[in-house]
Design a binder for this molecule. Structure first.
Ligand SMILES: [Zn+2]
Length: 250
């Protein structure tokens, strides 16, 4: 069965490392946007090139030669916790090989925030040296989802089958990432957490409120008798989205 060409792939950890380095070199050589290991700009076309390199270097061009469906790549500025995601049609099991379509989505935010905190950043059990390496490891994780979806029409990185696939091909020893997420950046870099009282400038005045959420910005609920949001005690608020660096703790 042709699926075996994917699910029976095995590389030693050393082989996986040297293949990963080869992907990196060839990606940097070919991309007009990526200047080095620290990513400050990236485009969908870079993800498409990355995929072609993985296909050639890890998968013996399986996808180029045998995959009949469609693949899409996207970068998200909204994914603030997940580093990547692989989307597929709900009725995948009913589709013919030519109707298969998948989208690999990568969080641009987590890549751009990579250097914001000084600490080890482990992805899929492997310590990364820069955001390009983190991108590769996140991408490899999504490639394992793609392989499972293509071959078994379902996928879960919490299950043993996924974890052996990711270990056998890429040497991954974990399924999660420890990249700086918004809440940690807020706490470590700005000393801000959900529940804190803060002040900020607005329309020439100063407002104060409580942080209810931290993503790229903080959501601040400001007490306001005319506000449309109401808490359980009947107190009313207006909602503001404020960049973290503009907030002061009260
Ligand atoms: Zn996963």
């Amino acid at each position: 069965m042709r699926y075996n060409r994917l699910i029976e792939l095995r590389y030693s950890s050393e082989a996986a490392v040297s293949k990963r380095e080869r992907v990196r070199r060839e990606l940097l050589q070919g991309s007009p946007h990526l200047g080095g290991g620290d990513i400050s700009r990236i485009y969908q076309s870079d993800l498409a090139s990355l995929f072609d390199l993985y296909d050639k270097i890890f998968f013996h061009s399986y996808f180029h030669e045998h995959f009949l469906g469609q693949l899409f790549f996207s970068l998200s500025t909204r994914m603030v916790k997940n580093a990547g995601k692989t989307l597929c049609p709900r009725n995948l099991k009913e589709l013919s090989p030519a109707e298969e379509r998948y989208e690999l989505r990568i969080s641009a935010i987590l890549l751009f925030n990579y250097g914001i905190l000084e600490r080890d950043k482990v992805v899929s059990g492997i310590r990364t040296r820069d955001s390009l390496e983190a991108l590769q490891l996140v991408f490899e994780h999504e490639l394992c989802h793609l392989i499972e979806l293509h071959c078994y029409k379902e996928s879960s990185c919490r299950r043993a089958r996924f974890q052996s696939l990711a270990f056998n091909i890429f040497g991954h020893t974990g399924s999660t990432h420890q990249l700086p997420v918004a809440a940690e950046v807020g706490r470590e870099k700005y000393g801000l957490s959900v529940g804190d009282w803060v002040t900020f400038q607005h329309d020439g005045g100063k407002l104060s409120g409580i942080i209810s959420r931290i993503t790229r910005r903080a959501t601040v609920m400001v007490p306001d008798d005319g506000g449309v949001y109401q808490d359980q005690g009947g107190r009313r608020y207006s909602k503001y989205y404020v960049p973290l660096q503009l907030l002061r703790r009260r």
